[in-house]
Design a protein around this ligand. Structure first.
Ligand code: EPZ
Length: 427
């Protein structure tokens, strides 16, 4: 198992290239199942989850071919082709390792008229049910059955009749499955209270490029007119707004100035507003976002919310930055019930954090001390890296496979801007 060693205290200065967005790639890739023509995705990040999704697609009969990267992209080019879908099941051993595998449910149902997917089970940050995924497919006319840990969805004569779903709570994944299922429905599908995350807009833009007509892109009401056949497309994955925000928090705690090359400010306004309130200087420019800081952020009060609110995927990283803030911050996590796994690990580095239910009070301290810490989930791991960058002495982050799911070439990107960081492999 790999570990990452950081000797903290260096300011960060220079440019960090922002990769393609993990949470967009994982919903664009299953779109390859919607057509028998090639789907080419550019700017695809080199991440464990992207590789796992490629293996899942292979098991369903979809070929995946990696080409080189184009100069204007940071990620790879992958061409996928599902000439014939050879299986319509996503088995437990795959789904339990990568929850996003549930996103083959909608496309398989749309393409083959049936799909069988293992219930994903919970994960470190919460029990992560998929009831809303099932409800929306039922609303679009699918026959659903859940038994023996699997959910089976069927469209009576092979194509969904269509219908309307009003989501009781915003769900990114359920909105994504809904859009992909609706893309080949016979009738009109309407989604009310749809997620509005930029990754949803990316998915809508790809589906439109494949021939689907979608009204209301970027809003909470989406109206989809599906087609019985979709064409292939070539599409560039959007830049990762969470990766960009994570590195901004890093410079927020170390001090310095970094240019987040390729970051798209319009996708991350709530993060940028919070960073400005914390005293960082933010300069949006044609090719990205420049972030400068003195290393002692101001305290904040933040509450996570669906887009355009403050992203739950940024909570752990802000908490690490605010561990050295001037004053006490209050963070409230409204999306997941157990997204404070990073707190005990940050406390081992000297952070002063009190959690009560969904709320964490972070009292800024003058110094953090390096320590061996354990990564528990993707964003928690990044919060430990951020704290380690400013801690005195050496921090050893264990179980970095969590990090590799969502941060491409992390130690390379941070070393290039002055961090004293290295990966040690036990293998
Ligand atoms: C996506 O997860 C992201 N993952 C998550 O990013 C992100 O935190 C989350 O959206 C919220 O923005 C990917 O895109 C691969 P949800 P998803 O459905 O779709 C409840 C990261 O760190 N819910 O919007 O699973 C759910 O329990 C990851 O990159 C139901 O109750 O999130 C949660 O409380 C972590 N029933 C809330 O809704 C359902 O059927 C939001 O979940 C589905 C969800």
């Amino acid at each position: 198992m790999d570990r990452i060693l950081i000797r903290g205290g260096n300011r960060l200065n220079g440019a960090i290239p922002i990769s393609g967005a993990k949470n967009s790639a994982l919903t664009l890739m299953p779109c390859a199942l919607l057509t028998d023509e090639p789907l080419t995705l550019r700017n695809l990040p080199r991440l464990a989850d992207v590789d796992s999704f490629g293996h899942l697609l292979n098991q369903l009969g979809c070929s995946t071919m990696i080409e080189g990267a184009r100069p204007e992209d940071f990620g790879r080019v992958m061409t996928m082709r599902a000439g014939k879908v050879t299986a319509t099941i996503a088995p437990y051993d795959i789904v339990r390792k990568m929850r996003a595998s549930i996103l083959v449910l909608g496309p398989l149902l749309a393409r083959e008229g049936e799909a069988k997917v293992s219930l994903p089970g919970g994960c470190a940050i919460g029990n992560r049910p998929i009831d809303l995924h099932l409800k929306v497919l039922e609303a679009f006319g699918a026959e659903m059955d859940t038994s023996n840990g699997y959910v089976t969805a069927r469209a009576k004569d092979g194509r969904l009749p269509g219908g309307t779903m009003v989501f009781p709570v915003v769900s990114v994944g359920a909105t994504e499955n809904a859009l992909m299922a609706a893309s080949r429905a016979k009738g009109t599908c309407v989604i009310e209270n749809a997620a509005r995350e930029p990754e949803i807009v990316d998915l809508c833009n790809l589906l439109v490029a494949m021939g689907v007509s979608i009204d209301g892109i970027g809003t909470e009401t989406l109206t989809i007119e599906g087609r019985d056949r979709l064409n292939g497309a070539t599409y560039r994955v959007m830049p990762d707004r969470i990766e960009a925000g994570s590195y901004a928090c890093a410079v927020g705690i170390t001090g310095g100035e970094i240019d987040l090359v390729g970051a798209k400010a319009a996708d991350m306004q709530a993060t940028l507003i919070a960073l400005k309130e914390a005293g960082l200087s933010i300069t949006e420019h044609r090719d990205g976002i420049k972030v400068a800081a003195d290393g002692t952020p101001k305290a904040l009060t933040l509450s996570t919310a669906p887009f355009p609110g403050f992203a739950t995927d940024m909570q752990a990283q802000f908490m690490a930055m605010l561990a050295k803030a001037d004053g006490a911050s209050v963070l409230t996590e409204t999306i997941f019930e157990n997204r404070y796994m990073h707190v005990p690990e940050l406390a081992r580095m000297g952070a002063d954090i009190q959690v009560k239910g969904r709320t964490a009070v972070v009292r800024g301290v003058d110094r953090l001390a390096g320590a061996p810490v354990m990564a528990t989930d993707l964003r928690a791991s990044m919060s430990l890296i951020i704290a380690g960058l400013a801690a005195e002495g050496e921090t050893q982050v264990n179980r970095v496979y969590h990090l590799d799911r969502g941060y491409e070439r992390l130690e390379e990107k941070l070393s290039a801007v002055g961090a004293d960081i290295e990966r040690v492999s036990d293998g």
